[in-house]
Design a protein around this ligand. Sequence first.
Ligand SMILES: [Mn+2]
Length: 358
Amino acid sequence: MNSKLKKIYGNMEKEVDLIYIENGSTPDMNFFYLTGAESGLFEGCVALAYPDSLELVVSLLEEESGKKVKKDAMHIFKKKEERKEILKKKLNADRIGINGKDLSCDSYKKLKKITKAEIIDVSGALSKARLVKEKDEIEKIRKACKIVSEVCEEIKSYIQEGIKEYELSAELTYLMLKKGATEPAFTNICSFEENAAEPHYTAGNRVLKKGEYVLLDFGARYKRYVSDITRTFVFGKAETKKKEIYETVQKAQKIGLENIKAGEKGGNVHNAVENFINSTKYKGRFTHSLGHSIGLSVHDGYSLHPSFDLTLEENMIFTVEPGIYIPHYGGVRIEDDIVIKKDKVEVLTTAPKEFIEL
Ligand SMILES: [Mn+2]
């Protein structure tokens, strides 16, 4: 039996007859979670997830991509009218689950017109299922992590005096694609010196000079699954303060990696790291949560945040990424992706993270 369906239905608080997942103009990654489709856009297509079977309603355009996917039935439509007729028949049920997080208001209204069923938001059950990875999902993320780990090494030779942030960012993308990534998982963050103090900075035309921070935060998408890594280097000889900040973040990350484990509450892991940083002179300069789940999305539903009281389990994958940010000066972040195992943690991003002066 489909283990993903079993997990989703096991997480459900209220029973439903089926779950309606519409991959609208904005993709719903649950469609890809359920189908495992590695190829195809499937815009306007629908996955109907029953407790023990999966059916697809697919446009003629995506028929070939649909054929590659494991499912119990596939209904093809050519025109919108046909799609509506198929759905009318299929949605003749009492209770239908939807992904309230991603289904657009417009699609919801249309859905209400073709079914009299009670509509129940089951987005929580979907997110929770996606949090605990299956074996094949871990392998895809492992590959995405391998790609970025190698890029972290190779990118070093491009870090030279006078290069602009956007130029270095372009090299990151090129190297990822050359290694088999489908696309960058998100817009690369490539920031020099004072720009590194802005955690989600967008690369600009800042030119690199000697002695400056180079912060690279990027991810690869591989068979729809993502990785997310951050390394911070110093170009040339670093002043003492730069090294000191780096070593503080390094220690903070070590605390994070030691504390993240099955049975622990996510919030506690964050607190252990934040408390450490707050015990140093960089108190208050760690301004975000320690990490987030990754999977089909970069921010895959859960973060390691003080308010996260979910207990960590085996086969969950999280980033561990403390940082220290000093406005107008610079910032350091070290980020790895880890999978929680029974009694240990496996770090999937293996690029070196000692203090590096290039
Ligand atoms: Mn991240």
